[in-house]
Ligand binder design. Structure first.
Ligand SMILES: Cc1cc2nc3c(=O)[nH]c(=O)nc-3n(C[C@H](O)[C@H](O)[C@H](O)COP(=O)(O)OP(=O)(O)OC[C@H]3O[C@@H](n4cnc5c(N)ncnc54)[C@H](O)[C@@H]3O)c2cc1C
Length: 341
């Protein structure tokens, strides 16, 4: 069986569903292929929550994050769903933690409101936090939670409303560039389109290889643990802001502070005043090979790295599309279409 579309999206995690939704809303004929079912638990996007924040080491990320806040709110309004919950949040760590310096510099450069707080102030506001004496940090009121599973389901539902076709249980096997676009073969059908959006998450590497781009991606399993608090009322979203203590914060803790902090609480149980884990799970996450990353560089620098630049142009050359032009040759519609129901 042969099927046509303007754009084929491979992967029905949050990225693929978002791509399908926005492309369909923009007036394209979209087919999304998902190897399992949308909402499955084998990838990166499932689970009850994700953090959305402006706390980044780089103003380009803040620009992207601001746009994302707007888009999530628009989606929630369009679908009549509650997706984003504002909690406020802290980034904290040792006084010399380089991530904190970067976050502050970004806040200042991007005009993000924040408050500098010390350990006593953090604990005064959020008593369940148990932190080393010299902890410092920043409070940022826009920190929020996204209802992750609901976000994916809503994106998929709205993509369908705008006319996208979502084929579940249909894995892209072969992906190749043709004279006038792309061809994607699955066990069930062959799809042809003017353009392709690959959102295959941790399954990305073999698909990219077929298009001549061998990115040094490495897949890692991330282990999660959830703890039942002794006093759940102290951890409600309106009383308990998000707190982010990155591994970098711990690693950059000075040797002396590390020695001194031996008696400090080590496990999440002691830090959060919680019981032992009540459940755990895992998600997959894809990383650039560490050798490929340049420590301290921001998003734009990463995009400009020669290897990635070469691979990007290889993909575009092979697909005969530029990242700025509609692949089908049609200009995107400026007035959004009305959903079909
Ligand atoms: C533990 C953890 C915590 C995180 N916390 C946050 C957070 O707080 N805030 C935040 O913004 N981000 C967070 N992230 C990152 C975020 O969850 C991921 O960036 C996002 O889910 C990636 O989505 P994706 O669609 O690219 O990948 P996935 O969700 O893995 O989707 C890829 C999809 O492609 C499908 N697929 C693959 N190959 C094929 C094929 N050949 N044919 C058809 N379908 C195929 C897969 O089945 C899958 O459904 C976290 C990630 C992890 C792992």
């Amino acid at each position: 069986m042969q099927r046509g579309a303007d754009i084929i999206v491979v992967g029905g995690g949050v990225m693929g569903c978002a791509a399908a939704y926005h492309l369909a809303k923009d007036g394209r004929r979209v087919v999304l292929l998902e190897q399992f079912a949308v909402g499955h638990t084998q990838g990166s996007s499932h689970g009850p929550s994700r953090i959305i924040r402006l706390a980044y080491d780089g103003v380009d990320y803040v620009r992207l994050a601001r746009a994302a806040y707007t888009l999530w709110r628009e989606l929630a309004a369009e679908a009549g769903e509650s997706l984003l919950f504002k909690t406020g949040g802290f980034d904290f760590g040792a006084p010399n933690a380089f991530m904190l310096d970067g976050i502050r510099a970004t806040y200042e450069a991007a005009g993000v409101p924040f408050e500098a707080v010390d350990r006593d102030e953090i604990v005064r506001r959020v008593p369940p936090f148990t932190l080393p004496e010299d902890t410092v940090g920043y409070y940022q009121p826009d920190y929020s939670l996204l209802a992750a599973d609901r976000c994916v389901a809503t994106l998929a539902a709205q993509a369908r409303r705008w006319g996208a076709t979502i084929e579940e249980g249909d894995a892209a096997q072969d992906v190749r560039a043709t004279r006038d676009g792309v061809e994607v073969r699955t066990h069930h059908a062959t799809y042809r389109a003017g353009g392709l959006v690959l959102c295959a998450g941790s399954w990305m590497r073999p698909l990219l290889r077929q298009l001549g781009a061998d990115l040094p991606l490495r897949v890692r399993k991330e282990q999660l643990a959830f703890f039942e608090p002794r006093d759940p009322s102290a951890f409600m979203p309106d009383r308990f802001p998000l707190g982010k203590l990155t591994p970098e914060n711990w690693l950059s803790w000075s040797r002396e502070a590390k020695e001194e902090s031996r008696d400090e609480p080590e496990s999440p149980r002691e830090i959060a005043g919680a019981s032992p884990p009540v459940s755990s799970g895992h998600r997959r996450r894809v990383h650039f090979d560490q050798d490929f990353m340049v420590p301290g560089r921001g998003f734009r620098d990463l995009l400009q790295l020669e290897t990635l630049g070469r691979s990007k142009s290889t993909v575009h050359d092979r697909l005969h599309v530029s990242s700025h032009e509609p692949a089908s040759g049609q200009a995107p519609s400026t007035s959004p279409r009305v959903p079909s129901d």
